[in-house]
Design a protein around this ligand. Structure first.
Ligand code: GDP
Ligand code: IMO
Ligand code: MG
Length: 421
């Protein structure tokens, strides 16, 4: 048996939550392997919209086990809030398991995130201010606290000592408004609340499940271009968002990786700062934002929008070994007479389909192919044959260029608005 993977191939918000929720019906276990409450995964079931930040998107499927893996960073306040919201509407949360090796986001990590961003002025990352960067810094700096530490007598002393370190460190940054005592009180209350979840050694758990023939899907958060090593550094998040992150984030050997579903929008978005070669800072971009309702699921910020970037997609497909593609938000292009797709870049006068070392200061002009729009309704279409011919042409073009079959096409936020080929 193998572990399948679902990842976002762009800068996030590709529709991972919707597709994982759909696929979860076919799996025994859904596991998050990196990231934290910077993620916002939207799932629409009937007329209800749910946004998950820490909890895997299999939670709405009966009998599916949902694991928050060791590569994830957990803020007890966000997790408790998510649990309460699910419990309030009668969702069974007893199937959520948490890795003891997952690191904890302290209130002072959020304080440091805000302070660090304030110090950067125009160079700020535009982080979600959820404390992600500082928590992963403490993890790699070997100072962090983990879920399993909650069960130890030394926990409070270690918490206080780390908090004090953060307060000292905060002094090198500009002052930001942050009430540590108030946040701390809520944090400890929520820490108690999340103790209702089962804490596990996910390494043995997952490997044993594999041996027993259980079907496992790893759910990515953020997007491939936000990967700490391969993304648009330094405008990235602080974890490995690619397939390689699945192995360290869950405790799996590489040979267990099976199918890799790569998901991308029929156009492209980015939230936060950093390079975005195909960005449309004009009325076309505004129209994409409007039809796609492109506002952050976690922070509510307007997302930057642009055309699909094929060199970028080819790069992230290569890095993650994507075997199946899923195109989302096809319906959002219904109203465009012409659609563009970047096939190459002109970098310092040379045409290439490769990404330069640093997109931030490179002189990049995307080279576009213009595709005729279909100008027909595709909202909610679930049968490939029902798609307009020109929409099929667009999909065939993407598939041919990228060299990987498009197996799923999403045509609306709801579960049922999905074509499986
Ligand atoms: P994630 O972070 O990758 O899970 O994506 P988000 O939930 O942040 O953003 C995707 C947004 O697009 C959500 O509001 C979804 O409900 C919505 N969405 C997903 N697929 C489709 C689709 O095919 N069409 C439309 N119109 N909306 C979609
Ligand atoms: P999902 O899983 C879109 C972006 C932030 C910022 C950068 C670093 O919903 O796709 P961080 O808080 O991680 O230190 O911020 O990464 N970012 C996301 N953008 N979707 C996400 O998650 C994101 N998670 C982080 O906007 O630019
Ligand atoms: Mg999102």
């Amino acid at each position: 048996m193998s572990v399948d993977v679902l990842l976002g191939l762009q800068w996030g918000d590709e529709g991972k939550g919707k597709i994982v929720d759909y696929l979860a019906d076919d799996y025994d276990i859904i596991a998050r392997f990196q990231g934290g409450p910077n993620a916002g995964h939207t799932i629409v079931i009937g007329d209800r919209k749910h946004v998950l930040h820490t909890i895997p998107s299999g939670v709405f499927r009966k009998d599916v086990i949902n694991i928050i893996g060791n590569g994830v960073v957990i803020d007890p306040i966000v997790l408790a809030r998510e649990l309460r919201a699910l419990q309030d509407i009668g969702v069974d949360t007893s199937n959520i398991l948490v890795a003891r090796k997952a690191h904890l986001i302290l209130p002072t990590h959020r304080f440091l995130d805000a302070a660090s961003e304030a110090s950067k002025g125009k160079q700020k990352i535009g982080s979600t201010l959820r404390g992600i960067g500082p928590t992963y810094m403490d993890k790699t700096g070997r100072n962090g606290l983990r879920i399993g530490d909650i069960e130890k007598d030394s926990f409070l002393d270690r918490y206080n000592s780390l908090k004090e370190k953060h307060i000292q460190l905060g002094k090198i940054y500009p002052e930001v408004e942050f009430n540590i005592e108030e946040q701390e009180k809520e944090w400890f209350e929520c820490l108690d609340f999340i103790k209702q979840l089962e804490f596990i050694d996910n390494t043995y758990y997952i490997n044993q499940a594999l041996k027993e023939g259980k079907k496992i899907l790893a759910e990515g958060a953020q997007g491939s271009m936000l990967d700490i090593d391969y993304g648009t550094y330094p405008f990235v998040t602080s974890s490995n968002t690619l397939t390689s992150g699945v192995c360290v984030g869950l405790g799996l050997a590489p040979q267990h990786i099976g199918k890799v579903f790569g998901i991308f929008k029929s156009y492209c978005t980015r939230v936060g700062s950093g390079p975005f070669p195909t960005e449309l800072d004009n009325e076309v971009g505004e129209e994409l934002r409007k039809v796609g309702a492109e506002f952050g699921a976690t922070t509510g910020r307007p997302r930057r929008t642009g055309w699909v970037d094929l060199p970028q997609l080819k790069y992230t497909i290569m890095l993650s070994g994507v075997t199946h593609l899923c195109v989302t938000k096809l319906d959002c292009l219904n109203g465009f007479k012409e659609i563009q797709a970047a096939t190459h870049y002109k970098v310092d006068g040379n045409i290439t389909d490769q990404l330069p070392y640093d997109l931030t200061d490179a002189d990049i002009t995307p080279q576009y192919k213009t595709i005729e729009g279909w100008l027909e309704d595709t909202d909610g279409v679930s049968d490939y044959d029902q798609l307009p011919a020109k929409a099929k042409d667009y999909l065939s073009f993407l598939e041919e260029y990228l060299g990987v079959p498009v197996m799923m096409i999403s045509t609306g936020p709801e579960r049922k608005s999905l074509i499986i080929r």
